[in-house]
Design a protein around this ligand. Structure first.
Ligand code: HEM
Length: 354
């Protein structure tokens, strides 16, 4: 068992349910201000590209310890009420049914479905989903990846483009979310920063959750055959969130000198909280964080994952993994998930190596 707090490469790694929850529960001592700071410092060439695109991420939601957080949080929460989320269930099942029959559950199903659902929940129409996915995957790698200077410069292009597109939609008040933000009196810079995070966090993580869950459930035949029964998909999703969550770490920075689990930390200490593995003996976990910044999309992510899993298991009870080996993985500081889940059905004859 590692100590709950240990120093590694200039950061403090916090592990275990109690220590991680203690940090998340005290937003005055542990600020979220570094939540969206690039893991690899941005080099001058990439920075010039971002400046040219007028890219900024002012404090809005996940990275906001200030007074504007609660109003912005309420506004976004109004798009994600339990009633609005529950109303999406038939649409999620429909989108799933339209995406069966492909040879890779990530590419053909988990990739765009959460993005389409998010756009509909937020009332954003006419969005080029493949373009948005290209921008958001580039952004994940730019902010959470261990990237070379060349790769960073390459990624800065789509990062800047995404932001410019958001500013344009805000100025046009194009979509329910942008109209609500304009009515709330936020600046274009704040609106673009908020939406930049929301449009990434609100769908990339669900793509990842689905990818982990499919990979796991298909490796366990008895489980796959029970998945169509009521409540089983929900339990599988909860087990995945507890045991192999897609958001494996989240960050905080100390506001002042503090003592955490007996370890003295200076002001300004960068903390990496290990959300993966942070569960207690009652099964409680921290996959969606805790406290003031608790994930606003937890209900949507849970529903979406359960409905998609159940629908696929109902329609394709004989589905098999086409490769028994470990899948190639997305490996970023905060995000971990299979990049592909190759499948086939023995009856349809498209199963490689069956
Ligand atoms: C499996 C899917 C997801 C996981 C694992 C996840 C995880 C997280 C985590 C760990 C945080 C930080 C919490 C904290 O600091 O205490 C967070 C915040 C947030 N998430 Fe999620 N998330 C997921 C899906 C979503 C979805 C679908 C949406 C939107 C529709 C969303 C929107 C947000 C927002 C807006 C915040 C910031 C809240 C605030 O600062 O007040 N997330 N999420």
């Amino acid at each position: 068992m590692p100590a709950p707090v240990h120093h590694l490469d200039g950061r403090w790694v916090v592990s275990g349910y109690d220590a991680v929850r203690a940090v998340l529960a005290d937003p005055a001592a542990y600020l979220p201000d570094n939540a969206l700071t690039a893991v690899t410092p941005v080099r001058p060439a990439a920075l010039r590209e971002l400046v040219r695109a007028r890219f900024t991420l002012p404090p809005t939601l996940a990275n906001n310890s200030g007074a504007s957080h609660s109003g912005l949080r309420r506004l976004v929460a109004s798009f994600l009420t339990p009633a609005r989320v529950a109303a999406m269930e038939p649409r999620i099942a429909e989108l799933t049914a339209e995406r069966l029959g492909g040879a890779d559950l990530v590419r053909d199903l988990a990739w765009d479905l959460p993005c389409i659902v998010l756009m509909e929940v937020l009332g954003l129409s006419g969005v080029d989903v493949p373009a948005l996915k290209a921008w958001s995957t580039a952004s994940l790698e730019f902010f959470w990846g261990d990237v070379t200077p060349e790769r960073q410069l390459e990624l800065a292009g789509p990062v800047g483009e995404f932001h410019q597109w958001l500013v344009k939609r805000f100025h046009a008040r194009d979509g329910d979310l942008f109209a609500a933000l304009a009515d709330h009196g936020v600046t274009a810079e704040e609106a673009a920063g908020l939406c930049y995070f929301l449009l990434i966090a609100g769908q990339e993580t669900t793509t990842q959750l689905l990818s982990v869950a499919f990979d796991r459930a298909l490796r366990d035949r008895p489980l796959w055959s029970r998945l169509a029964l009521p409540g089983v998909a929900e339990d599988v999703v909860e087990d995945v969130l507890r045991e192999v969550p897609p958001v494996v770490t989240w960050r905080r920075v100390t506001a002042r000198p503090v003592t955490l689990a007996g370890v003295d930390l200076p002001a300004g200490a960068e903390l990496v909280l290990l959300l993966a593995g942070a569960f207690d003996d009652r099964g409680r976990h921290l996959a969606f964080g805790y406290g003031r910044h608790y994930c606003l999309g937890a209900g949507l992510a849970r529903l979406e994952a359960a409905v998609v899993l159940r629908t696929v298991a109902q329609r394709l009870p004989d589905l098999r993994l086409a490769s028994a080996g470990p899948p190639p993985m997305l490996k970023l500081l905060s995000f971990r998930a299979p990049l592909e889940v190759p499948v086939g059905c023995p009856l349809s004859g498209n199963l490689i190596g069956a």
